[in-house]
Design a protein around this ligand. Structure first.
Ligand code: COA
Length: 167
């Protein structure tokens, strides 16, 4: 079932709740200091999704040069598969006030739910970072969402190459 969830900008006061979701979600969670650093960047877009007044998910996105980097997305385990992450990422796209934004992210190669989510929103796999995750040596899939990927091309994606799954 997909519903929409109110979004608002993350504040420092939200970070204890964000840390709770982060720790429930990731084996190697971000530290509070990492969230503080990202949320302090004025050019970034950092959103919370709400059910009532309770935060159930968040997205952290920072702009480096001309590219938007989706740094972190997580939804409380109790609130998954209800469209929260979709709402967060669509809200992010709406708030990027550029005509043809380019976004990128890294995701664990084994993270099929997240890869499916990103593909539905127009991201495409464009390369691998070998052994990117230090906890288990897993590869990162590099995904991009650009004007070209939205039309099935890769010609505005830096160093794009075919990704062989399962190798
Ligand atoms: N299995 C398969 N596909 C899934 C999925 C799952 N467990 N979860 C999401 N998807 C895909 C589906 O296509 C889904 O659409 P559908 O429900 O109509 O089939 C689509 O993504 C949108 O799902 P949505 O409900 O918006 O996602 P969510 O709010 O459950 O959040 C994650 C998705 C990945 C953010 C959430 O599972 C999560 O927090 N995971 C742990 C953290 C993580 O992996 N973050 C990304 C790191 S790069």
């Amino acid at each position: 079932m997909s519903t929409t969830h109110p979004l608002r900008r993350l504040t420092y006061a939200d970070l204890p709740r964000v840390m709770t979701i982060e720790r429930r979600t990731f084996g190697t969670p971000w530290s509070l200091a990492m969230f503080v650093l990202e949320v302090s960047k004025p050019t970034g877009i950092h959103l919370a999704a709400l059910v009532g007044d309770r935060i159930v998910g968040y997205v952290i996105c920072s702009r480096y040069d001309t590219v938007w980097h989706v740094m972190n997305v997580a939804v409380d385990p109790d609130a998954r598969r209800m469209g929260v992450a979709t709402t967060l990422l669509e809200g992010l796209l709406e708030r990027i006030q550029e005509p043809e934004p380019r976004l990128t992210l890294e995701v664990r190669r084994s993270n099929a739910p997240a890869i499916a989510l990103y593909e539905r929103l127009g991201f495409r796999a464009a390369g691998l970072r070998r052994r990117y995750y230090q906890d288990n040596g897993e590869d990162a899939l590099i995904m991009w969402r650009t004007p070209a990927t939205l039309e099935g091309r890769m010609d505005d994606v830096p160093n794009a190459g075919p990704v062989a799954f399962g190798s």
